[in-house]
Design a protein around this ligand. Structure first.
Ligand SMILES: [Fe+2]
Length: 193
């Protein structure tokens, strides 16, 4: 006897990995723009310009210019209308040794993005993302370290909890994080499926 059955995947969450083209060239430009100062930008857990610039660093528009073609194409592909760059938020963080960033999320209504600017996959962990709901059968709260390369941007829903575990490496791990607000909330259904 054969049965008629199909799997219905409820509650799946989309993440994306955008690998920037011409990375070596873009990296050189972005490294010139980003200006973390070891003396001023130490925030205890890592180096960050998050507080210094209140999420609007002076390099924000130039940074966006560098990635503009690819990130715009991504949002077109995703079928979402996003806010203009003057509404974006951005910050840069660097980690060495025991530096880390504890569990947090980026609030509601954004595409959150992490560009891996200085990243050696043999030395550094990628970001650890936690599922917002327990495993429905066993109750475990699962997590995921996506495979990333330097020059990749991981794009994810802003409410997803995530953290950067200690790198335990003397080689700096630097990321540029940014939030891109969703302009048209009527697309909610599209984005989440
Ligand atoms: Fe974050």
């Amino acid at each position: 006897m054969s049965i008629k059955v199909e799997s219905i995947p409820f509650f799946s969450i989309s993440f994306w990995r955008l690998s920037l083209s011409n990375w070596e060239q873009k990296k050189e430009i972005i490294k010139e723009l980003v200006d973390l100062k070891p003396d001023e930008d130490r925030i205890g857990i890592c180096y960050s310009d998050y507080f210094q610039y209140n999420n609007r660093p002076p390099y924000m528009y130039k940074f966006i210019e560098v990635i503009q073609d690819e990130i715009v194409e991504f949002f077109n592909m995703a079928g979402v209308l996003v806010e203009q760059p003057n509404k974006w938020q951005m910050w840069t963080q660097m980690y060495t040794g025991a530096d880390h960033h504890p569990l947090h999320n980026h609030g509601f209504g954004h595409f959150s993005c992490i560009l891996y600017l200085d990243y050696d996959k043999e030395e550094h962990p990628s970001t650890r993302f936690w599922t917002p709901m327990p495993d429905p059968f066993f109750g475990n709260v699962n997590h995921l370290h996506p495979e990333v390369e330097e020059g990749d941007i991981i794009i994810f829903p802003s409410t997803i909890y995530h953290e950067c575990p200690p790198t335990n490496s003397n080689i700096p791990r630097t990321i540029v994080a940014f939030n891109v607000p969703i302009a048209d909330q009527s697309v909610q259904q599209n984005v989440s499926t």
